[in-house]
Ligand binder design. Structure first.
Ligand code: NDP
Ligand code: HSE
Length: 436
């Protein structure tokens, strides 16, 4: 058999330690698939003294000098499972420029500055693979960047954050509020001690940027993504959704569109939204991820599975390691970044959405007319109106669902409604997706 392909593993935490385990357990199969054995040349970590349990690896391989490890002549491939922007960017640029292929799970870096990594890969003639960065174990990026390259993708709608999906699923199942469901997610180990990146939508926004870049052959960064988290979703919102035959999910939506001049654009957003129970994403519960892709010729495709966790994420990392190792032995490289379309990213105000709005209003003549007038002034067409008693008091509850309209018009409508004296309060505003 040919000489080994030698890996520098940067990071040995949740994902890295499972990469080590799987490399050990499957070494014979991996060697047979690649045509050469994989060997770990070194493992860079932050704390040499950390207890790493019974990890099947020589302790002498650990180092706190990632850059020194990357630069070693006996390193062929760099696997980065540390995370964050710096120093990870410096390490990966160094590796790629030196012609060493990189496998990374670092969604934050790819979404913030993927361009620098792709440029470095092109400069060094190296592969850059990052399947694990979006939706963990689910084979999704390879289908987008290879299998669907003969097609035209129009829209990608996904549940790409397991923590928030667990919380929203729990709220839906038990009627709990956000804080209670977050507490449960933390106790069960789904939510991190600091859940900000998940519940405020930063994690999903990074993944949305990566998906949009691949789907639309356009460089999209996290800064281009409109982001709203789930902290404002209430038990009343969830109940309202149920009454409409819907459920609430944190969605990432990347879609083609056109601006006023008819030029093609993309819009990329992450926010909670009601979707009908009949939508394929509605039944995605617990901490699972799923991504629904709509393409011109292929039609609708659904990708589903575990989006996080050590072993599922390590599975995606190892799939990439096998690919880059085989490329290396064959003396070839994967196709480079495809960003030729360079479509402008549309501001959120121009995104076409629908709203579900619940209002607590005075129950007297003319109220419905006044409320409807606000929608008409902003050219927002009402699809349905439902009126019922509001919490046993003298007021009424109005639940209005709109037709599709620009998000800015919908936001302005809600703003004006809040200012009306007949509107006691706007109790819930949620976008509606998926044809309910
Ligand atoms: P962890 O925090 O569990 O592990 C991080 C590892 O990086 C640790 O081994 C740590 O060392 C090491 N490290 C941190 N800083 C440095 C540094 N300056 N120099 C050298 N080593 C350093 O992270 P995860 O394994 O959870 O995540 C890794 C990557 O995978 C991230 O990009 C994350 O977004 C991504 N990812 C994670 C998923 C998951 O389910 N966890 C899912 C999908 C992607 P030490 O062990 O000494 O502390
Ligand atoms: N925190 C992320 C999630 C991990 O909850 O899905 C995977 O990126």
């Amino acid at each position: 058999m040919t000489s080994p392909v030698r890996l520098a593993l940067l990071g040995c935490g949740t994902v890295g330690s499972d990469v080590v385990r799987l490399l050990h357990e499957q070494s014979a199969d991996l060697a047979a698939r690649i045509g050469a054995p994989l060997e770990i040349a070194g493992i860079a970590v932050r704390r040499l003294g950390r207890d790493r349990g019974d990890l099947p690896v020589d302790p002498a391989l650990f180092t706190t000098d990632p850059l020194g490890l990357i630069k070693r002549d006996d390193v062929d491939v760099v696997v980065e499972v540390v995370g964050g922007i710096e120093p990870a960017r410096t390490w990966l640029v160094e590796a790629l420029r030196a012609g060493k292929s990189v496998v990374t799970a670092n969604k934050a870096l790819l979404a913030e500055d993927g361009a620098t990594l792709h440029d470095a890969a092109a400069e060094g003639g190296a592969d850059l693979y990052y399947e694990a960065s979006v939706a963990g174990a689910i084979p999704l990026l390879r289908p987008l960047r290879e299998s669907l390259h003969g097609d035209r993708i129009n829209r990608v709608t996904g549940i790409v954050n397991g923590t928030t999906n667990f919380i929203l699923s729990a709220m839906d199942a038990t009627g709990a509020g956000f804080a209670e469901a977050l507490e449960e997610a933390t106790e069960l180990g789904y939510a991190e001690a600091d859940p900000t990146a998940d519940v405020e939508g930063f994690d999903a926004a990074a993944k949305a940027a990566i998906l949009a870049s691949l789907a639309f052959h356009t460089r999209v960064t996290a800064a281009d993504v409109h982001r709203e988290g789930i902290t404002e979703v209430t038990a009343a919102d969830v109940a309202s959704a149920k009454a409409m035959g819907c459920t609430i999910k944190l969605l990432c939506i990347a879609a083609r569109g056109a601006d006023a001049a008819g030029r093609e654009t993309v819009s990329v957003r992450v926010h909670p939204a009601m979707i009908p129970l009949t939508h394929p994403l509605a039944s995605v519960g617990d901490a699972f991820n799923a991504v629904f892709v709509e393409a011109e010729a292929a039609g609708q495709l659904m990708f589903y599975g575990r989006g996080a966790g050590g072993a599922p994420t390590a599975s995606a990392v190892l799939g990439d390691v096998v690919a880059v190792a085989r490329n290396r032995l064959a003396g070839v490289h994967a196709a480079s970044e495809s960003a030729y379309a360079d479509l402008p990213v549309r501001p959120m105000g121009e995104a076409l959405t629908r709203y579900h709005i619940s209002l607590d209003v005075a129950d007297r003549p003319g109220v419905l007319e006044a409320v409807a007038g606000v929608f008409a002034r902003h050219e927002v067409s009402i699809a349905t109106v439902r009126q019922g008693p509001a919490g046993g008091g003298p007021d009424a509850e109005l639940v209005i669902v709109t037709h599709v309209a620009p998000d800015a018009a919908l936001a302005a409508t809600v703003g004006e409604l809040r200012g009306l004296d007949i509107v006691r309060s706007v109790t819930s505003v949620l976008r509606v997706e998926g044809g309910a």
